[in-house]
Design a protein around this ligand. Structure first.
Ligand SMILES: [Zn+2]
Length: 104
C-alpha cells in the first residue's frame, strides 16, 4: 500500500506505462454507490485492450469447442476401425476355410 500512497503524491499520470494517453473520468451515479461522482483515470488503450482480450477469449472458446468435436470424431473413427478389424479377421478365417475346401 505504501507504493500507492507514494504514487498518489505525483497525482494522475500523463502517460500510461504502455505509452497510451490517460483519460480522466468521473463515475456515473449507480445504485448502492457510496461515493458518487468519484474521479478516476484509464488508459486510452484500455478499451482496445479489453476488445483484443475478448476476441482472444472467443477464439480460445472456438478452439476448445473444435477440440471437443474432434475428440468425439476420433472416438467414432476408433470404433469404426475396431469394427473393420473384426470384419477382416472374420473374412480371413473364412478365406482360409474356403482355400482348404477348394485346394486340399
Ligand atoms: Zn495503457
Amino acid at each position: 500500500m505504501l507504493t500507492y500512497v507514494n504514487d498518489s503524491q505525483y497525482g494522475i499520470p500523463r502517460k500510461c506505462p504502455c505509452g497510451g494517453s490517460i483519460i480522466n473520468e468521473v463515475s456515473r451515479k449507480e445504485e448502492n454507490d457510496t461515493v458518487p461522482g468519484k474521479r478516476f483515470f484509464t488508459c486510452k488503450n484500455y478499451e482496445e485492450e479489453i476488445e483484443r482480450l475478448t476476441k482472444r477469449v472467443v477464439e480460445a472458446e472456438e478452439v476448445m469447442l473444435e477440440t471437443t468435436k474432434l475428440s468425439r470424431e476420433m472416438e467414432r473413427l476408433e470404433e469404426k476401425v475396431q469394427s473393420l478389424c473384426e470384419q477382416v479377421e472374420y473374412l480371413t478365417v473364412h478365406v482360409g476355410r474356403l482355400e482348404k475346401v477348394c485346394f486340399d
